[in-house]
Design a protein around this ligand. Structure first.
Ligand code: URA
Length: 215
């Protein structure tokens, strides 16, 4: 994707460690256990980046030497929303870094013919509007289901929504940026295009299948 065409809401997190691990994930000979472990490691690094601008406050504490106003995170704990089922792979690593986060789940699958999202599950914290929300979905392909999920979260009251995708297609980025220009998209790589079945090329295949060994 040409640099000039990237929407302002896109944040490319192309750290060498992430790109190296991503290349290992792309390799079709990488077994599921290794694939899951790599995704967990990358999600930790993506979590670091997506939380960079969280609001801070201070709290008086005593170190062994003296009192100080120590910086701490401000406000309610954030929510991580996993788009099932592949989102759970990113969720695991994020929770390593953010163990107190609340967790939401949205169950969607792509209709194989229309490629449109079909919802089968939705459960998020009732006070989601008072918390920063990180939506996790490894593959931003057509963007249909991701844009749909973000709209559902906004309908439930979410105001501060950030999206984390491991790998993105230009089509998906455009779709989410058009529907939700207020939502920053954090991704490690923008691939070439989608094939006729809606798979990202070169991509890494079906993230859920690679993760859970279902194919
Ligand atoms: N979902 C996947 O798991 N892989 C793709 O390439 C596209 C959507």
């Amino acid at each position: 994707m040409a640099e000039a065409k990237l929407p302002k809401s896109l944040v490319l997190v192309d750290h060498p460690l992430i790109l190296h691990k991503l290349s290992l994930m792309r390799d079709k000979t990488t077994p599921s256990a290794v694939f899951r472990q790599l995704l967990r490691e990358i999600s930790l690094l993506l979590a670091y980046e997506v939380t960079r601008d969280l609001p801070m406050t201070t709290q008086k504490i005593e170190t062994p030497l003296t009192e100080m106003d120590a910086p701490i995170l401000k406000g309610k704990k954030l929510v991580i929303v996993s788009i099932l089922r592949a989102g759970n792979g990113l969720l695991e690593g994020m929770l390593d870094l953010l163990p107190s986060a609340r967790i939401g789940h949205i169950g969607l699958y792509r209709d194989p013919v229309t490629l449109k999202p079909v919802e089968y599950y939705f459960k998020v914290p009732s006070d989601i509007g008072e918390r920063p929300v990180i939506v996790v979905d490894p593959m931003l392909a057509t963007g249909n289901s991701t844009a749909y999920a973000i709209q559902k979260l906004k309908d439930a009251g979410a105001k501060d929504v950030r999206l984390v995708c491991l790998l993105s297609a230009p089509e998906g980025i455009r779709r989410v940026a058009e529907d939700h220009p207020d939502v920053p998209i954090y991704t490690a790589a923008v691939d070439s295009h989608l094939n006729d079945h809606g798979y990202i090329v070169p991509g890494l295949g079906d993230a859920g299948d690679r993760m859970f060994g279902t194919k």
